[in-house]
Design a binder for this molecule. Structure first.
Ligand SMILES: Nc1ncnc2c1ncn2[C@@H]1O[C@H](COP(=O)(O)OP(=O)(O)OP(=O)(O)O)[C@@H](O)[C@H]1O
Ligand SMILES: [Mg+2]
Length: 345
């Protein structure tokens, strides 16, 4: 990688602002399984970074290594430039929000949020003031006297968030915090969470297997596969220039089409289907109208199937009017094909 050579060229800069989180060649094994397999990761102050990947790829383990709930077998975990690999969780300047809100059922909302401040020895008035400030931030002003069971799932997660933020950690770790919520509430809270993160300026490391969520909220996304980071970059880059076949297949929909002995990867929305013209011939397998778009599966002459997605034209002759079995031509502009690097295998 060329960042290594840059490192060699640049003078040491010990006074530069340290990264909030650094994982240096970190490995964590459970028996034979390397849940985290030699990961390097740097999270900058104020950054919203997501760990995204399929079930079992090591997202939670990575987060637990940062939090201090797991110790690395190899490598180093740094927070604010300091090696914390051997520091217990409670001594690390991080806080975690889990999918299950884990609120104290017998305490009201205000007491739940203020709880950690009490442990820290803050006086009653100060605790109350800071807890109220956080409840306003998560838009739960007025809910102080309620018990958790008197709140919706989304409201309970807001309380959990306020309870973590009130401790003013350097880094907030979030493990699928919206995973238990229905789609509509989840979308609302995505926008809220992003606003709050920008407001408070705290670094977020956010775990999700929901690509839309990661792409919508993050400054950078780390796409994980089998304990490794396959690609790390801003959402637009991950989507437009997936570095590996795995990333191209995991993020968005991708057709892998073999033509003239080589394979090209191409997004369904970058393809067109028409009744005549230049391109690959085939026949319509099925057409589905999905809101403003129409999806069409085409079986090419050599048997490959591709997915094409277009905006609906609303016209009688549009793609939505294609019938099963109809002969069509599939095409794309050369510059729409994704150029994939080698996989990291
Ligand atoms: N305490 C444990 N003991 C043994 N194996 C574990 C333990 N924790 C995790 N693993 C294994 O490590 C791998 C990574 O698990 P991890 O929980 O980090 O995945 P994940 O990406 O968070 O998945 P999910 O999206 O399902 O939450 C999996 O194969 C899992 O079975
Ligand atoms: Mg997990």
């Amino acid at each position: 990688m060329d960042h290594q050579s840059t490192e060699l060229l640049s003078p040491p800069a010990p006074s530069a602002e340290a990264a909030d989180v650094e994982l240096v060649d970190v490995t964590k094994r459970f028996g034979d399984v390397a849940a985290v397999d030699g990961i390097d990761l740097t999270v900058q102050p104020g950054e919203f970074l997501s760990l995204l990947g399929p079930s079992g790829c090591g997202k939670t383990t990575t987060l637990r290594l940062i939090a201090g709930f797991e110790r690395p077998d190899e490598g180093e975990v740094r927070i604010g430039g300091r090696d914390v690999s051997r520091l217990p969780a409670y001594k690390r300047d991080v806080n975690t929000v889990f999918q299950s809100y884990a609120l104290f059922p017998h305490l009201n909302v205000l007491e739940n949020v203020a709880y950690g401040l009490k442990q820290r020895g803050l006086g009653r008035r100060e605790r109350r003031a800071r807890a109220l400030e956080m409840l306003t931030l998560v838009r739960l002003g007025g809910f102080e006297p309620r018990k958790p069971r008197q709140l919706s799932g989304g409201q309970q997660q807001r309380v959990a968030l306020a309870r973590a933020l009130v401790m003013n950690p350097r880094v907030l770790l979030l493990d699928e915090p919206l995973g238990a919520l229905d789609l509509k509430v989840r979308k609302e809270l995505q926008i809220e969470l992003k606003r709050i993160q920008v407001d408070v300026g705290i670094t977020f490391v956010y775990v999700t297997h929901d690509q839309e969520e990661a792409l919508a909220m993050s400054d950078r996304v780390a796409v994980m596969n089998r304990g490794r980071i396959e690609q790390l970059g801003p959402p637009g880059e991950i989507y437009d220039r997936p570095a590996t076949e795995f990333v191209a297949g995991f993020i968005g929909d991708t057709n892998f089409v073999r033509t003239n002995g080589s394979e090209v990867a191409i997004r369904p929305e970058r393809m067109r289907v028409s009744r005549e013209g230049k391109g690959l011939g085939g026949s319509v397998v099925t057409t589905m109208v999905i809101g403003p778009a129409v999806q069409c599966v085409v079986r090419l002459e050599d048997g490959q199937e591709v997915l094409v997605r277009e905006q609906r034209s609303g016209q009688e002759q549009g793609v939505e009017a294609l019938a099963e079995g109809e002969r069509v031509v599939v095409s794309w502009a050369d510059n729409e094909a994704l150029e994939l690097g080698g996989t990291n295998e």
